[in-house]
Design a binder for this molecule. Structure first.
Ligand SMILES: [Zn+2]
Ligand SMILES: [Zn+2]
Length: 136
């Protein structure tokens, strides 16, 4: 099984994951925008058992009830998302992988929160919500 590694900006937190992904997406929600400082956030959704910290530990911030965002307490880099609406899953912020190329997003989610000046030219599906009735 293919192993992929990643980590935060300063290198204190390192992780590894194995595929396959449950899903890949780009999230446009306000909560991700605030958490990352970016207009859109790419995710790789995984079974939690496929994710492991190998150096350091993430700090956890509960950004809304039942939602836990993992980040590096030293450099502030956002790393993971876990939510009670997705039991048994870890969603990795794709851009923190050492090689994000193997995980292109398959959809845009939460387009209802998209910032109007942020325009995309791809032809991926664009969902107002998550397509699953869940919130991120
Ligand atoms: Zn760091
Ligand atoms: Zn989001």
């Amino acid at each position: 099984m293919t192993e992929h590694t990643g980590g935060c900006l300063c290198g204190r937190v390192r992780y590894r994951m194995t595929g396959p992904a449950r899903f890949t997406s780009l999230c446009h929600c306000r909560s991700c925008q605030r958490a990352t400082g970016a207009p859109v956030t790419a995710f790789v959704g995984l079974d939690a058992a496929r994710f492991e910290e190998v150096e350091g530990r993430r700090a956890i911030y509960e950004s809304s009830p039942g939602v836990r965002r993992g980040f590096c307490a030293a450099c502030g880099a956002s790393l993971t998302y876990e939510g009670d609406a997705w039991p048994g899953e870890v969603h990795i912020l794709t851009a923190t992988l050492d090689d994000p190329e193997p995980f292109p997003p398959a959809m845009h989610s939460m387009m209802a929160d998209n910032i109007a000046w942020f325009r995309m030219s791809d032809d991926l599906p664009r969902l107002d919500g998550f397509g699953t009735g869940k919130r991120e």
